[in-house]
Design a protein around this ligand. Structure first.
Ligand SMILES: [Zn+2]
Length: 344
């Protein structure tokens, strides 16, 4: 699979700056105000890793930098083109095979806070798991502060639906009025999880309140097999929900009744940010994994009629209608020929 038609190649797509609003406010790219760091254990490698997030110039995107390697380290762009493994988590690698694992929770937090440009420095092979959710990364970045830059923010708007079916798993990405809508459905045999569904339109407030605290999870019965496969070595009750049949083994229980499916939505947001841009589209995941999302995105990229780059605009302050009405307005302002989009 090639990435000839990947969004990052679409930088030259002509974008008009016209809008139907009286006083349009363009959306600008964002980075961190200052560097900030944390230390933690990698969920799968079990290795203790120090991570530093640094501000980066406009159009840098999210870039991982391994600083523990002899010879100046390695730099790995957060992009679908760099995904080398997505069995249990999303692993990126450069052309020499230098890798960074479990990027999805950090990527999800970056998407939620609408941060475009950051250099993520790691002295080990995996992003620290922290508590298994995106909340510690949100806290970290809000402590650092987030600043606007002087270059316009663009989004990847999905123009037609693609889906990928893998047995009883399914993923789809199709058009949506404005912003990213994520629907997820899971169906686990373990009664403590069972069937759960959720649907969110991802904005900063929604992400922080409804998705960011949902932790990763695993079945006790899978732990031995995962560890034999070299995975989940750092997994514990302090960074994952562990389920045994109808029991939750974590003393404090769940953060949401449907924390499991919320975490799957959180994962999907993080994986989708490997496009390098916010997405205006509707993602649907049914019992799907990181690998299924990766396959879907390969399909989407391979079809250049499926997406386009658009400039982003803030909604005018006078627009006090409900979100759905705002979405309707946004849909008109973001009609394909206009090549502009509106965000809250
Ligand atoms: Zn996850």
């Amino acid at each position: 699979m090639t990435f000839d038609s990947s969004p990052s190649d679409a930088v030259g797509v002509p974008l008009t700056t016209s809008t139907s609003y009286d006083d349009p406010k363009p959306v600008f790219q964002k980075t961190l105000k200052t560097s900030i760091g944390c230390t933690g254990i990698g969920l799968h490698t079990g290795v203790r890793v120090a991570m530093k997030l640094h501000p980066a110039p406009p159009n840098t995107g999210i870039v991982f930098r391994r600083v523990d390697l002899v010879g100046g380290g390695a730099t790995i762009k957060a992009s679908w083109a760099q995904v080398v493994d997505s069995r249990m988590c999303t692993v990126l690698a450069d052309e020499n095979g230098i890798s960074v694992a479990t990027v999805e929770h950090l990527m999800s937090a970056l998407y939620g806070l609408e941060v475009d440009n950051v250099v993520v420095e790691l002295n080990g092979p995996e992003v620290p798991a922290m508590d298994g959710s995106a909340a510690p990364f949100i806290f970290l970045m809000e402590c650092a502060g987030i600043v606007e830059q002087d270059v316009r923010r663009r989004a990847l708007r999905i123009l037609k639906q693609h889906s990928y079916v893998n047995g009883d798993k399914m993923v789809a990405l199709g058009p949506w009025h404005d912003g990213l809508r994520v629907d997820f459905h899971i169906d686990f045999r373990a009664p403590a999880i069972g069937r759960q569904s959720c649907s969110f339109v991802v904005g900063t407030d929604t992400f922080k309140e409804e998705l960011s605290r949902a932790r990763t999870f695993g079945l006790l019965s899978d732990v031995t097999a995962l560890r034999e496969a070299g995975l989940a070595r750092g997994g514990s009750l302090s960074n994952a929900i562990v389920v045994d049949g109808n029991r939750i083994l974590n003393e404090d229980g769940l953060r949401h009744d449907d924390e499991f499916v919320r975490h799957k939505a959180l994962d999907a947001v993080g994986d989708l940010y490997l496009t390098g841009f916010p997405i205006i589209g509707h993602f649907i995941g049914r019992c799907s994994s990181h690998a299924d999302t990766a396959r879907l995105m390969h399909q989407v990229y391979a079809d250049p009629t499926c997406w386009e780059m658009v400039e982003m605009w803030h909604r005018p302050a006078s627009d006090t209608a409900s979100w759905l009405n705002k979405a309707g307005i946004a849909a008109r302002a973001a009609a394909p020929e206009r090549r502009s989009a509106v965000v809250g």
